[in-house]
Ligand binder design. Structure first.
Ligand SMILES: [Zn+2]
Ligand SMILES: [Zn+2]
Length: 165
């Protein structure tokens, strides 16, 4: 599989700088969106993110089920019953209707987690270094956990040393 481009820089355009004739805009959310203030899924700026718009046109506004776990989801549901749009190929720029499925928040997050191969600081999430939290399945980096733990221990030592003075 081709390596996905990471950290795509997307510039925000002021409304006055919009290209003529409508079309697609990049927003700070790093998703494509279109201006549709009358759409039920529009945010307060009148924008609808394209992947949500495309899926809405494909499945309508009725309640449906999560593509992965069959949990009941709805566009306007709360918490885990909120419908979120998943890209089957994990490429958020591919807004082909075939590539978009409804999902629940839990499955959406789990998929994003699985796609992650490195931690924030770039350690490989693999083998010895990978720790999977048994309660919620999040993948964590052991190296970073140890560093954090050491830092806490050092701080505690300092605090205790300060107390005794
Ligand atoms: Zn689900
Ligand atoms: Zn790490």
């Amino acid at each position: 599989m081709a390596k996905r481009k990471q950290c795509q820089k997307v510039t925000t355009r002021k409304p006055s700088a919009r290209p003529q004739g409508g079309g697609r805009f990049a927003t700070v959310t790093r998703y494509l969106s279109v201006i549709r203030p009358d759409h039920p899924l529009a945010d307060k700026d009148g924008r609808v993110r394209t992947h949500r718009l495309v899926l809405f046109e494909k499945i309508g506004d009725a309640a449906t089920v999560c593509h992965w776990c069959s949990r009941k989801v709805h566009w306007f549901g709360a918490g885990h019953s909120e419908l979120v749009t998943d890209h089957l190929d994990e490429n958020k720029w591919n807004n082909d209707p075939q590539n978009l499925v409804p999902a629940c928040r839990g499955c959406n997050i789990a998929r994003k987690q699985r796609a992650k191969t490195r931690c924030l600081r770039g350690h490989l999430l693999q083998g010895e270094n990978l720790y999977v939290r048994p309660d919620n399945g999040t993948r964590q980096c052991r190296t970073c956990k140890q560093t954090t733990f050491k830092r806490f221990a050092q701080r505690r030592k300092k605090r205790e040393a300060a107390k005794t003075v």
